[in-house]
Design a protein around this ligand. Structure first.
Ligand code: PLP
Length: 414
């Protein structure tokens, strides 16, 4: 009977609405890109994961059409029954070559890849050591696995345990966790981290992590969803950016951000690990093959990025320009190099409402940006999170900066 739970759910929804937590979706009435239509009006998009502008790129669309035409709409099968086409193998090989890994296995999403990756490798006699700010899908993947779990304070490499003023609880550094796992007598250890953390755009210290992994004999797993295609000089990801290309054992990532933006994900790494995944990973064994149009377009995305670094170079230039101009204008920006640019409102009164009001005013000015406020981010860390794209032209960026300055003065933020 729906009656009782309907009442309960309605109350939950009302509570969320009252707390300002209900997620209202804004409707885009055009294709994804820089110039979009929101509520019948044109706007410049500055909050998509469309880092390289491939979401509606003509070559990607053409490849998707070709996939549809030559390999059909769908496979109606999991990979190991009759769901593997030549193009699935081609994409897996191209991703491996691009990342410098031994092999790659496709999933319907990176969320699935992270849900898959831990359970076949690690059991209750093993340990996973995970960054406190890792993505929800890593957290869920770890929950599906019986390994013992240590959580280290975000980005903290040290051999310490101390009070974390932000949470009022004790927190440990990575080296302390590794020592404790050793003392507990575990069999295998794996360190799991995002390559780039999406709220601040900060880049994991993979050199420090790999050094500790060597010292304590642990595997390293990196989720590079916010990096693959553009971080590092050739866009290979954070393992290239941090100069540890041959020291990361497992990379998971998505085709749903820089690499075309539709859907799909993968695990890439050592041969035996990928072979085990093909035989044991549940989201692989019991879920449908990635659709041919998506596969063919993803191959094209990898080809484009293998041929030239033009797009990631342009993204880098756009990001530097925007960060520099916004800092000059007096905005409080978390410094860094990633195209995620968080504009912080914590130092103002009523920072939560201010960030939301600012984002709404920006849309009136034709710039689509999103505010993140408490409790999505910690108290005092309210922000508008900008994401730059290689599809932004200088005039788009200048228009956004002008709008920021206009609204910033109006709301006394600068
Ligand atoms: C976006 C994201 C995912 C999920 O990717 P999908 O392919 O959309 O499921 C996983 N991990 C991280 C770090 C992400 O940013």
């Amino acid at each position: 009977m729906y009656g009782e739970i309907k009442k309960y759910l309605s109350e939950e929804l009302a509570k969320m609405e009252n707390a300002g937590l209900y997620k209202h979706e804004r409707i885009i009435e055009s294709e994804q890109g820089v110039e979009i239509i929101v509520r019948g009006k044109p706007a410049l998009n500055f909050c998509a994961n469309n880092y390289l502008g491939l979401s509606s790129h003509p070559e990607i669309l053409k490849a998707a059409h070709e996939g549809l035409e030559h390999r059909g709409y769908g496979l109606s099968s999991v990979r190991f029954i009759c769901g593997t086409q030549d193009i699935h193998k081609e994409l897996e090989q191209k991703v491996s070559r691009f990342l410098g890994t031994e092999d790659t296995i496709l999933f319907s999403s990176a969320f699935d890849a992270n849900g898959a990756v831990f359970e076949p490798l690690l059991g209750k006699e093993d340990a996973i050591i995970t960054d406190a700010l890792n993505h929800a899908s890593i957290i869920d993947g770890i929950r599906l696995c019986k390994a013992q779990r240590w959580i280290y304070k975000h980005g903290d490499m040290r051999d310490v345990e101390e009070l974390d003023p932000a949470t009022g609880k004790n927190a440990k550094g990575l080296e302390r966790c590794l020592k404790e796992a050793n003392d507990a007598g575990v069999r295998f250890k794996m360190i799991a981290t995002d390559g780039v953390f999406s709220m601040d755009g900060d880049i994991a210290n993979l050199e420090g992590i790999c050094d500790l992994a060597e010292k304590y004999d642990a595997l390293v797993m990196v989720d590079d969803s916010h990096s693959t295609g553009f971080m590092g000089k050739r866009g290979r990801g954070t393992h290239e950016y941090r100069n540890v290309m041959d020291r990361v054992d497992i990379i998971t990532s998505t085709f749903g951000k820089a690499l075309g933006g539709a859907s799909g994900g993968f695990i890439s790494g050592k041969q035996e690990i990928i072979d085990i995944m093909r035989n044991k990973a549940r989201p692989y064994l019991f879920s449908n093959s990635v659709a041919p149009a998506v596969v063919q377009a993803s191959i094209k995305a990898i080809d484009i990025l293998t041929e030239s670094t033009h797009l990631r170079d342009k993204l880098e230039k756009n990001t530097q320009y925007f960060r520099q101009k916004m800092t000059q204008a007096g905005f409080d920006i978390i410094p860094g190099e990633h195209p995620i640019v968080p504009i912080m409102f914590g130092k103002y009164e009523n920072s939560s409402q201010l960030a939301v009001e600012f984002a709404n005013r920006m849309l009136e000015e034709g710039i689509y940006v999103i505010a993140f406020s408490f409790p999505v981010v910690p108290r005092g860390k309210d922000r508008i999170r900008i994401q730059m794209s290689a599809a932004h032209e200088m005039h788009h960026i200048d228009k956004a900066i002008d709008a920021f300055i206009k609204v910033g003065k109006e709301l006394k933020v600068i």
